[in-house]
Design a binder for this molecule. Sequence first.
Ligand SMILES: [Zn+2]
Length: 550
Amino acid sequence: MPDIQRTCKITGKEFVVTEWEQAFLKKMEVPPPTLCIEERHRRRFAHRNERSIYKDKCDLTDRPIISLYSPDKSLTVYSQDAWYGDKWDARDYGRDFDFDRPFFEQFYELQKAVPHMALFNMRGQNSEYCNITNSNKNCYLVFGGDYNEDCIYSVFNMYCKDSSDLYWVNNSELCYDSVDCVKCYKVKYSQNSENCSDSAFLFDCRNCESCFGCVGLRNKKFHIFNKPYTEDEYNKKIALYHLDTWNGVQHMKKEFDKFRLHFPHRDTTIINSQNVSGDHIIDSKNCKDCFDMTGPAENCKDVIFGGWNAHDMLSCNHAGFKSDLFYEMVGSIEGHHNAFCTFSWTCSDNYYCDLVLNSQDVFGCSNMNRAQYCILNKQYSKDEYFDLRTKIVEHMKKTGEWGEFFPMKYSLYDYNETVAQDFFPLAKTEAESLGLRWYEKEQEQLSSNYQIADSIHGVEDDILSQMLVCEKSGRGYKIIPQELKFYKQLQIPIPRFAPEIRNKMRFAARNPRRLWDRDCAKCQAAIQTSYSPDRPEIVYCEQCYLKEVY
Ligand SMILES: [Zn+2]
């Protein structure tokens, strides 16, 4: 079976379906993809709303809720308790399949009728404003992060405590404004660092303590801009940077960005893995074109955010946790042999479903729990199910729908509410020209006369009653008591940008999820790197880089 060359239906770009992919697709009984890797990612991402949340009322209990669905969408939305309760049955929204019409159109009609779970926030304690999370305690505006305590304004933080403004940070405590860090304590404004403490402005450091503005350091103490000092000198010198002030931090951010460019950067971050390609891959084997993979993971391709005990997955996002045989899945965990599903938890042999939990042999269903042999939310006997499923698959082959993920125009969310806008940003006019909806936020032009003190030491509790105005977006934001206490404890100045803008800045600090061909700046070997050739960083191959830092 040689590789197949295909042309993307959207971009016209050539892409390859490898031998491994062909064998995988055969197991899933689906034809080869018609879109390139990027367009497949975009289409799936357009069905994931992570951070756009709204105040609404539960349509079953009338209680106030936080919802993923803006009230103007006129969907039926239930609080999580109501959704899981026995006061309603998703089968009541079941319908016959109409062989005179396309499948996707009928599925979308079902989605618009069936009640939706307001937020995906499992086992949260005092953490109502979190989404796609599990087991958080006293957290506020945490998205996609699990098992955190007292964390705020963070995305994909796991097992963290007393922290704020994190992106993809694990097992850390008292950390602030950091990206891609692991096992850190009292670390601020840092990236790609591990096992560090009492430090700020680190990039790719390991086992460092009391370091400031350092790049690529290993096992060091009292270093400033990669130079050693005595403890006394260190403390006197860093005090001059006035990190308790907003201006001091902004100045240092600019200085550090310039300083970092004098040092080599590793082509990709691949740790303890064999035969893999992509970036930010840990403990994985035979994973190609994968980004943000946390192992154990084996035999995966085109996955962004995945792993945690996963194997045999193709073209998935935010998927894994004890899963195998996943094709074109989003936000899905603990499953076996599923394809084209969004938010499929503990399911097997399901195709084309949206939020179906603890179910098996379900096709084209939405918002069901503990279901079997259902199609468009209608219950069938086992024989009827397999008979009808076969006929629908044949029908979808004729309409060209079989093997395709749900179209973007049938997303329940507007394009700019979804993570597709993070990875593949469009202007409003571009989105609309593609037939996609756009969410218009009420843009009240706010103004405020309130003067925020430059230093955290000058901030009084009256700030808690103020509506602050983001200096970048012009949108209003508030400081909550938990946040002010945290800033005072760690001597962090009040941020002048709204939380979502800050999150976007951290997202932008990470490299894109794609690879470019370049040469190692030291040995000239050909490398693949997530640093595009037009970027200013000095990029080394793994070997040259490790020689440099150890
Ligand atoms: Zn090299």
